[in-house]
Structures are given as structure tokens and as C-alpha cells.
Design a protein around this ligand. Structure first.
Ligand SMILES: [Zn+2]
Length: 330
């Protein structure tokens, strides 16, 4: 299986500072890249890749150059209608928040007609604007944004998702059927994902063929979930890696021996050993089991959180168990 580390910049613990400055961002990802190269990790997903507060384009470019020199791909997180678009936070025309401040008609709405906002993480100083999934103007904006992103950093791929931040309640969006996979928290829309992501990915791949593109499905790969999601994946290019969650909390598996990938490529998303799931834990048994079941289901990629340094003993053991079990076949 190809191996990927998935990270949020603000949770990185490789160096001090949680990526709150240019120095911290560059140091965190320099150390993570060096370790990724030692562990045979093919790529690092970075959510919060572009923020003015940690050096914007210049720092992101240095992170990419360092990674490419070490044979590690950087896959920025790209949020469609959420999470800042291609530029997570800052005074850039490619920041969705900046765009929506000037194009209120393209912003998602709450039921009372007020503009929809999303506040993440809880420590963030302010909420971010959310895009309306019915806006065609935004599709042009995202397409151009992806061109800018992939060419500016000579990217070899990206991670893209249709946000899990709640549903737009404007008249057009409300009139549409919306199928959600999220069992708790804010609902998502597979219908919006299937309508919006494939044309954007196809466009990006036409400009830069061969890129590695990961798509978040927000669900496990149990036979029941696969049956729900599969029809929405038909319009995607076949080279895309669809991400399936191994478990919603360590050990509560959402993959079984009967699970089968409905797409040519897929990624076992192992959401373990990070702040989101209770901090550092020894999760080697579940990690091995997830990769074993993932391979049995036909998945050819695996991701795990890469936010903790491999100087931490439990984390190092988890990374080793993950690497070894990803190598069992294929
Ligand atoms: Zn809408």
C-alpha cells in the first residue's frame, strides 16, 4: 500500500509552536519530512498549508522544496465550499473567506437567511465563511484556484473534500436531495460531492497529469456504507484514491472481512494516535488489523495521522506497525 501521513498544521508536535509562525511551520514540516523519508512515507497531507500567519506562499514553497528533495510528496488539503478553499487563511485572492467577503451571493446561508460560518478549531480567533454548493461562480473560482495552487508549488497531488461543516439552507440547495454519511455532528452531502468534485479533479488532472488525488468520503467501508456511497463515486476519474475510515474511534471498526472497495483505488484512513482521538496511544493491534482488512478489501493506500514525532515511543511503535502491515501484500 502507498503510505500517507495526514496532518493539520495547528496540531503538529514535531517542533515547538504548533505552526503559529513561519519558523514553527517550516521546522515542524522539515522534521516530519525527514522522518517520512525514513519511514518510507510517500506523501504528507497538510491542512492549513497556506496561512499568512505562518509565512504564506514563501514558507509553503520551502516546505515543498524540502519534501520534493527528500522524495516525499506534499498534498495540500483543498476544501470545496469550506475550509478556506485552496488558501486556508489569509489576505489572498485564493482564500475562500476573502472571496466570499466580496461575493456575498455565493455564501452559504443558515435557515434564517443569515450567512453561514464555520468555526474550527475551537481556538481559532474567528469563524470562516462557507460557500454555497449551488454557486457555479464558485466552481470557476475553485478551478482557477487549483490551477494556481498546483502550478505555484509544482504539486504532485492534493487532498480534496466537500466540507463536512453543515448544509446550506438557501432555496436552491434546500430543494435538492442531500444524502449524508456522517452519523453524528454536522451532516454532509454526497450529492454535492458527486456534482462538484469530479469536474474540478478532471480539470486539475488535465493540466497536470499523473497527480495523486485523495478524496474524503466521510465514512467507513462496511458493506452497508459502501452500498450507500458507491453510486456517488461513479463520476470520479478512476485514478482518484477514495478515503475510507477504518474506525470512528480506535477499535470501533467500520471495515469487515466482507468489505470491498467499489472503486479502483482506495485509501484506508486510520484515524488514530492524535489529539482528536485522545492523544498518544499504543494502537498497534488496531492499526495492523485496519491495514490487513484494507488490503483484503482491495485498498492500495493507507493513511495515518503524522502529527506526533517519532521520538515519542508509542508513536514510533505505531508508525512501525503501520509501515510493516502496509507492506504485507501488493
Ligand atoms: Zn446554497
Amino acid at each position: 500500500m502507498k503510505k500517507v501521513w495526514w496532518t493539520w498544521d495547528v496540531r503538529m508536535r514535531w517542533a515547538a509552536g504548533f505552526c503559529s509562525s513561519k519558523e514553527s511551520f517550516e521546522a515542524n514540516y522539515a522534521l516530519a519530512v525527514d522522518a517520512a523519508s525514513r519511514h518510507g512515507v510517500d506523501a504528507i497531507v497538510i491542512w492549513g498549508f497556506l496561512r499568512d500567519s505562518h509565512g504564506g506562499v514563501d514558507s509553503a514553497r520551502r516546505v515543498c522544496e524540502h519534501a520534493h528533495a527528500h522524495g516525499v510528496m506534499i498534498l495540500p488539503g483543498v476544501g470545496i465550499d469550506a475550509y478556506g478553499g485552496v488558501y486556508h487563511e489569509g489576505n489572498s485572492p485564493w482564500s475562500l473567506d476573502t472571496y466570499l467577503a466580496e461575493h456575498g451571493q455565493d455564501q452559504a446561508q443558515n435557515a434564517d437567511g443569515s450567512p453561514m460560518l464555520h468555526h474550527w478549531p475551537p481556538t481559532a480567533k474567528r469563524a470562516r465563511r462557507v460557500g454555497c454548493p449551488s454557486s457555479e461562480a464558485l466552481m470557476t473560482y475553485y478551478r482557477d484556484g487549483l490551477d494556481w495552487l498546483t502550478s505555484t508549488f509544482e504539486l504532485r497531488g492534493f487532498f480534496i473534500e466537500q466540507g463536512d461543516v453543515g448544509l446550506c439552507q438557501c432555496l436552491q440547495c434546500s430543494a435538492r436531495k442531500r444524502t449524508s454519511t456522517l452519523k453524528g455532528g454536522l451532516p454532509n452531502s454526497l450529492d454535492d460531492m458527486a456534482r462538484r468534485l469530479p469536474p474540478l479533479i478532471r480539470h486539475a488532472l488535465s493540466k497536470r497529469p499523473g497527480m495523486t488525488v485523495l478524496v474524503e468520503n466521510y465514512c467507513g467501508i462496511s458493506p452497508a456504507e459502501t452500498a450507500l456511497v458507491a453510486p456517488f463515486l461513479r463520476g470520479f476519474p478512476e485514478e482518484v484514491f477514495h478515503c475510507w475510515q477504518a474506525y470512528d474511534a480506535p477499535g470501533r471498526f467500520e471495515i469487515t472481512a466482507e468489505s470491498r472497495s467499489p472503486a479502483l483505488h482506495g485509501c484506508m484512513a486510520i484515524r488514530s494516535n492524535n489529539d482528536f482521538v485522545g492523544g498518544e496511544i499504543d494502537d498497534r493491534d488496531n492499526i495492523r488489523q485496519a491495514n490487513r482488512l484494507g488490503q483484503q478489501a482491495g485498498l492500495d493506500m493507507t493513511y495515518i495521522y503524522g502529527e506526533y514525532p517519532d521520538e515519542w515511543p508509542k508513536t514510533a511503535a505505531n508508525y512501525r506497525a503501520w509501515s510493516e502491515s502496509a507492506r504485507l501484500s501488493r
